[in-house]
Write a protein that binds this ligand. Sequence first.
Ligand SMILES: Cc1cc2nc3c(=O)[nH]c(=O)nc-3n(C[C@H](O)[C@H](O)[C@H](O)COP(=O)(O)OP(=O)(O)OC[C@H]3O[C@@H](n4cnc5c(N)ncnc54)[C@H](O)[C@@H]3O)c2cc1C
Length: 108
Amino acid sequence: MTRVLVAGGGVAALEAILALRDLAEERVSIELVAPEPQFWYRPLAVLEPFGMGTVHGIELVEIAESCGAGFTLDAVVSSWPPAHGRNAPSTARSRSAARPTRRRSGTS
Ligand SMILES: Cc1cc2nc3c(=O)[nH]c(=O)nc-3n(C[C@H](O)[C@H](O)[C@H](O)COP(=O)(O)OP(=O)(O)OC[C@H]3O[C@@H](n4cnc5c(N)ncnc54)[C@H](O)[C@@H]3O)c2cc1C
């Protein structure tokens, strides 16, 4: 099975894992790696100074689980896609092409 590591917990990363699961279905295993545990919908932040709302974070682990992906709370520090053709967190048994700095917590 192809393993896909998606770095980040913003809109781009979440759209990527949602689209990937939809298009590749169960042919891939997906791991989301981000240095903070929550997704923030930043556009709503412009309303806060006017007392029109508050931005609430959504737990990335819950979003990941909802599309059958794992989540690692960590930061990717480097990658070498030409050399390895794939990226994986440091906890993977195979050679890692992406290196999180440290593993603070996470699920899979
Ligand atoms: C106040 C505000 C209002 C906005 N309003 C609008 C709007 O009305 N309409 C609009 O279209 N856009 C708006 N934007 C812009 C919009 O929020 C961004 O375009 C969008 O968030 C970009 O998404 P992204 O996933 O590319 O990056 P980001 O949302 O910046 O996400 C990057 C992610 O990568 C993670 N990350 C960083 N370093 C690492 C690492 N080493 N390893 C792993 N993960 C890492 C971060 O923690 C983060 O989760 C607004 C932005 C702000 C700040």
